[in-house]
Ligand binder design. Sequence first.
Ligand SMILES: [Zn+2]
Length: 435
Amino acid sequence: MFKQIPPIGLFVLWLLLLTGTIFFSEWVQIKSHESSIEPSFENLTTTNAASKPKAQVHPEKAVPEDIIKYIFVKKGDTLMKLLVSNGVDKNQAANLITSLKSIYELRSLPIGHRLKISFAANSYNANHKYNKVKDFSFLKSFNQEVVTSRKPSGTFKSEIMIKSFETEDVFIRGKITTSLYEAAANQRTPIKLLMELIRIFSFDVDFQREIQKGDTFSILFKRHLNSDGKSVHNDKIEWAKLTLRDKHIEYARYTTTANNYTDYYNREGKSVKKTLMRTPVDGARLTSRYGKRKHPILGFTKMHRGVDFAAPKGTPIMAAGDGVIEALGRKGNYGKYIRIRHNSTYKTAYAHLSKYKRGLKRGKRVKQGGIIGYVGSTGRSTGPHLHYEVIKNGKKTNPLSVRLPAGDALKNDDLKTFLSHFVSIDHRIIKAKAN
Ligand SMILES: [Zn+2]
């Protein structure tokens, strides 16, 4: 991790170590703790107590230790409130906050976030306030820490410390036996990346009818490692491929230079995004059709003009495309029903919902991929499933056979850059596979 630090940097680091401000090593420790399990507020509140100074073997050599407190942000907390309730006097807290505001938008402190305050040793006064905050810090992201510290003059200074980690390419390939979810879990695919994978292919693939036993998925992503070689963060999927019996779909992530827009594009430079999604439901919860003996799912037939996605009650349903809510309410056999108008050609309908997303109303605009409701079994239904209809020019159309307009294509310089980017991805895949 210190590879690229110039001699002067090493000198400064040495000074820091010498003065006891072993900031980096401590941080690494914090981070590895956080990456193991997402901390939930409930089970961590008990660790709020200030750490006690360790017993000293040689009292004459004892250096008083700073008092460190960890605070977790709760709903309705303001930083002022948190600081004051943890023993910082109002004046100091106000100065600290003013300094912090110069580099950080305070409103964005997330609930459950961990804040660290260190107080100078022996600074607890008769009023039960610490009269000297030495520094205050929290992680803004896995590699950015916001630090506000006291200067010798007594005023506060705030800065964002950037930590660089070693990275490695990770290639994962999984064979689907029962569901994509299980295949991914078997290959220890991080859950966040699995969700991304499903999102990427939800435009092209009907995850319930098109996935077969023996189909495979592959992904490439970058992983950040701490000095112990432990994973601290995974970047987004950079490349993904789905190999189905009769189609191969492959996308690479790219950010346009023209307008700094990030999306996934195929080898021709065409965007993954289509007008509508083929699987407008959280695909991770779906099981493939062949797995069950007696499957409740009906395909699109003359009698049944839609497709059904069997999924557990409560599975989120997404808007298949951008549009406006045209209908929302009970509708006979359909039960709880939503219809979205996307443009002059397409509408989509969703039936048997257990409930609607809170606040959703007729006339409201929705974004593609945004949650509109949850799977249920209302109306005439044998079990929890989403009944999904694509209505083209007023006619119910088989979502599997409807040819959707392709997404935006990269052009000019962006296309050229993207094509060479894809070549470098190919090289990285070969290298990562070999590891
Ligand atoms: Zn149906």
